[in-house]
Ligand binder design. Structure first.
Ligand code: URA
Length: 435
């Protein structure tokens, strides 16, 4: 078999055999298939798509490209959550400690910020001392002691995805249902979990712009997870406006801790509790979603969630005092508000523009190898449905580099719509996919 034959078959719209997919993924992993052929393959898949069977084989081949973690020595169900990414989405920081406080074992492997979307790893790295690169033994130790570990992708888990994702990122081939599915699910299946809750975002600031595409991606991921022995469910959720009020790295940590203290924004709390409740049910702690929601709400109200967050931070080398003293987190030297051009009610905030503004301020990265600054970001001061007077702040920008503030302010101004009457209520959770 030759790589060119596999590329040609896909270019011509043929379905690939399991052997062909396996051959190609092994070649990408060991370097015998060079980047230019891998890229041609990715573009062919982007245009021609894949059958569900091909996507399942691609996922399995990528899972086999590295190790599969084994946490069977730790009693209890191991459950993770994955989000397809959005702006202001810090639910992982809230729900991982909440689910762990309810008795679920949570080995959570997260990604970094890319493009306009934020990354859990970057947010957590703003905590002084916190390390997210743990090997499997250290992960096992953390799970046994704390019940939750938050890590970044290791080179031993799905290395084929590491290579393919980097190529997709620079060749405009990210937004493909089979490629996203295989990328996410190969890592999750290799992570040694028994169940997975997926938050598949739909909307203008999500990879999947339409509900139909998000539904197709969610159904495929749920089917492939279940077939691989990982009980999987998905919520389809809206990603048109930023989630919560903080967009940045250290300020998203602050908002997550505030949410764990019961003082967070309602949308962030609602989604975090809904996802944590699914984890709790799949983890066998509760029999129904209603029961699981009550268990999670108790952990939130009692402070057990925020205490678990403190333990996780401390166990991973971070300074646990940040939970009580946000001044210990990186902060930007300059602040500037973006004023409302007129009075009225905020009817819309374009999350894409807000994500871009946060990147301009230095909180995100353009390329995978770029570093992020943990301090800058922006607080939304008037969210959708809230009334503002002319000149009152819509958002507060936090930055180091004054040259960037004007560009970010113009993006933020463009993001807001202000009208005379309130917008119709729009749901955050759009659908649930369980089989
Ligand atoms: N997140 C991933 O891990 N992979 C993708 O392809 C998209 C989002």
């Amino acid at each position: 078999m030759r790589a060119t034959d596999v590329i040609r078959q896909k270019r011509d719209g043929e379905a690939l055999s399991e052997e062909a997919i396996d051959f190609f993924v092994r070649g990408v992993t060991d370097g015998s298939v060079p980047d230019y052929q891998a890229t041609a393959f990715l573009m062919a898949v982007f245009w021609r798509g894949m059958t569900d069977q091909e996507a399942a084989w691609l996922t399995q081949a990528m899972t086999r490209s590295g190790d599969r973690a084994d946490f069977s020595s730790i009693p209890g169900a191991k459950v993770d959550k994955h989000s397809t990414g959005g702006v202001g989405d810090k639910t992982s920081l809230v729900l991982a400690p909440l689910a762990a406080a309810c008795g679920v074992i949570v080995p959570m492997m997260s990604g970094r910020a890319l493009g306009h979307t934020g990354g859990t790893v970057d947010k957590l790295e703003s905590i002084p001392g916190m390390t997210l690169s743990l090997d499997l033994d250290a992960m096992r130790g953390a799970l046994a002691k704390v019940g939750c570990v938050l890590i970044q992708q290791t080179s031993r888990i799905a290395p084929a995805d590491k290579k393919l994702y980097a190529l997709r990122d620079v060749t405009a081939t990210v937004e493909s249902v089979p490629l996203i599915c295989a990328s996410i699910m190969s890592k999750k299946i290799a992570e040694g979990i028994s169940a997975l809750v997926l938050d598949v975002k739909a909307g203008r600031a999500a990879f999947m712009k339409t509900l139909d595409d998000a539904r197709r991606l969610a159904r495929l991921m749920v089917a492939i997870g279940n077939r691989s022995g990982v009980r999987s469910e998905a919520l389809l959720t809206a990603m048109d406006v930023p989630l919560g009020r903080a967009v940045g790295n250290s300020i998203e940590v602050i908002e997550s801790i505030e949410t764990l203290k019961g003082r967070g924004p309602k949308d962030l709390e609602e989604l975090s509790v809904a996802l944590a409740a699914r984890m709790v049910r799949l983890g066998g702690v509760a029999a129904t979603n209603d029961e699981a929601t009550a268990v999670v709400r108790r952990a939130l109200a009692s402070g057990a969630g925020v205490e678990k967050f403190r333990q996780i931070v401390e166990h991973q080398g971070g300074n646990p005092r940040i939970v009580d003293d946000y001044g210990l987190l990186p902060s930007a030297p300059h602040q500037e508000t973006v004023p409302a051009p007129r009075g009225g009610i905020v009817t819309d905030i374009d999350a894409m523009e807000i994500g871009r503004a946060s990147m301009v301020l230095g909180a995100g990265r353009e390329k995978a190898e770029d570093s992020v600054d943990h301090a800058p970001g922006l607080w939304i001061r008037a969210h959708v449905g809230e009334r503002v007077a002319a000149g009152e702040p819509l958002a507060e920008l936090l930055f180091r580099d004054t040259r960037r503030a004007a560009e970010a302010a113009s993006l933020v101004s463009k993001a807001f719509s202000i009208e005379d009457s309130a917008p119709p209520a729009s749901p955050l959770i759009l659908e649930e996919i369980t089989t």
